[in-house]
Design a protein around this ligand. Structure first.
Ligand code: GAR
Length: 187
């Protein structure tokens, strides 16, 4: 049965695009109902407009976490949202929100978690001259970039320049997020 999901993103939105494209191509049994964004200048908003998906801008400078998350919980309930996909969302979600949607929130992170949680995971792997890097999709719990791993894949980056590393990681992300969504839908 077709599930309903929202995507949370703050920046470029290439993962948002990959999910929307997979939905439109029926590679996943999920319809993307809404984009939640906290940055009015983010390119992801333009992607949403071009894809015919509404954006809800959330202003963390004007409202508290509790006010924003209560509003989202109410709205998602009314919309009968089944899943939340985090795709480069640069705000933490509170335990209140995460508990409400237990095992319904997925996140993608550009590292072999539990390695390099937080910001700049790829930069950290490059600075440490790691031989391999990776991408993880996991269920979200109360801690940052934590929670049970759904799928994880490693790529060898020996002798590859940094620009190519970023490109390879993002390509892997776009494929892996779709695989993770399909895996979750089958469970
Ligand atoms: C992606 O690399 C994603 O893994 C990362 O933000 C980027 C968003 O790119 N997420 C995190 O670091 C989460 N801690 P995008 O805007 O092009 O999808």
């Amino acid at each position: 049965m077709l599930k309903k999901a929202v995507v949370f993103a703050s920046g470029n939105g290439s993962n948002f695009q990959a999910i929307v494209d997979a939905s439109k191509a029926k590679e996943i049994d999920v319809s993307i109902e809404l984009l939640i964004c906290n940055n009015e200048d983010a390119y992801v908003i333009e992607r949403a407009i071009n894809s015919g998906i509404d954006t809800l801008l959330v202003d963390y400078k004007k409202y508290t976490y509790f006010e924003i998350e209560s509003m989202l919980i109410k709205q998602f309930k009314e919309m009968k949202i089944d899943y939340i996909f985090l795709a480069g969302f640069l705000r933490k979600l509170s335990p209140y929100f995460v508990t409400h949607f237990k095992n319904k929130i997925l996140n993608i992170h550009p590292s072999l978690l539990p390695k390099y949680k937080g910001l700049d995971a790829i930069e950290q792997a490059l600075a440490n001259k790691d031989k391999e890097i990776g991408v993880t999709v996991h269920y979200v719990d109360e801690k940052l970039d934590n929670g049970p791993i759904i799928i994880q894949e490693e790529i060898n980056i020996m002798g590859i320049d940094s620009e190519q590393v970023y490109q390879n990681v993002h390509e892997l992300e776009h494929r892996l997020y779709i695989e993770a969504i399909n895996k979750v839908m089958e469970e």
